[in-house]
Design a protein around this ligand. Sequence first.
Ligand code: UD1
Ligand code: CA
Length: 424
Amino acid sequence: MKIDNEEVYVMAIIMAAGKGTRMKTNKAKCVHKIMDKELVRRVYDLTQKCGIDDVVTVVGHKREQVMKVLGDDKKYAIQEELLGTGHAVMQAKEFLEGKQGKVVVLNGDVPIIRKETLDTLIEKSVTNKEYATLLTAIYENPKGYGRIVRDEGGNIQKIVEEKDTDPYQKEIKEINAGVYCFDIEELLKALDKIKPNNAQSEYYLTDVIKIMNDKGLKTGAVIVEDNTEILGVNDRMQLELLTQVLKERINREHMANGVTIEDAKSTYIYDDVVIGRDTVIHPNSIIKSGVVIGEDCEIGPNAYIRENCKLADRVKIGNFVEIKNTQVGEGTKIPHLIYMGDTVIGKNGNVGCGTITCNYDGVNKNKTVIGDNAFIGSNVNLVAPVTLGDNVLIAAGSTITDDVPSDNMGIARERQTNKIRKKK
Ligand code: UD1
Ligand code: CA
């Protein structure tokens, strides 16, 4: 990848072999999801957003599940015995040997680091010519994390794991985030020197820092600005916490871009959603990944906009409406109690309350196509595949199984009969 106009080879190692005992799970920890996306997939996607050249994932416990998430075409190193983070990286040795450049090491259970943060870490490591650059944070409650020990000059000396700290070190508030950028050749040399002489009898990756410093190699750190980025998932409470943190972050980005969100607490907008200016989102709405929404739209309350939806400007999606794989033209209103799936609807339409597209016949998903200026009455079933032209009117309560040409009215329901009511 290009850094400061210089071509630098950067690879990444994702450590994802751990057990996740505290998750109380039958699955690999890293395949648990935050907003639809597996933890390990989030970490992998981060490497791709940063333009990292090669990625190796270290897998061990329930490795087939992790490999299924990332795919067979990726590179894996297998860690048979879980002997620590240093040991995990050693398993990827064959991918590092003979290479020159940088290797970024990431924890598979730290899934919401920002692209900008990792970019900064790599850039600093390259421009300052550091052999190890760490991501650190200042935590009021540093319990459980490795502590960063600095000398009087502020230079990093070593990392001490919580279980190995002395009372003085325990008070240190700067912690190791578990994200590193190393020089490949010097990392390989340092890994050879790690010994499991510590409270947990593990090979600690963090020992590499002291080994490099003893050798006189320059090391450094980037202190993360937003502490929430480096939160990890060790149990289900943290899984929920990270979901909330990510949700809040995404909502803020949309608000900063000119979207009104009435109640950010109850609004779930997944990754990579595009929303135009002046669109208003009412409470309890869920918008899934990849959805595109135009300007001046109104969404919710209680709207569920699922995958592959594209809404033009001034569209209204009202309460208790679910849409999936659907395109909605400019100015069309889909106001209440509606399900639309696999549908294309043109502009300036109005869809009545209770309308549903019957898109699934038990085997296939079928398409509904509706032209411009449609007026669909209440409680209509559109049995797909079905095509409705422009300017159609569908009578309330109709079950439409045949196409309706432009400028026609479709009516498909029993005629009403009234009968004298028998008295008891
Ligand atoms: C690690 C760091 C600690 C840091 C913290 C930040 C070490 C020794 N300590 O501690 O300084 O503050 O992360 O979150 O590195 N893994 C393997 N194989 C193993 C062991 C772990 O793949 O044999 C993976 C785990 O799946 C996990 C990651 O490495 O994704 C981190 O391991 P974990 O045991 O959670 O390390 P921490 O104790 O949190
Ligand atoms: Ca951890």
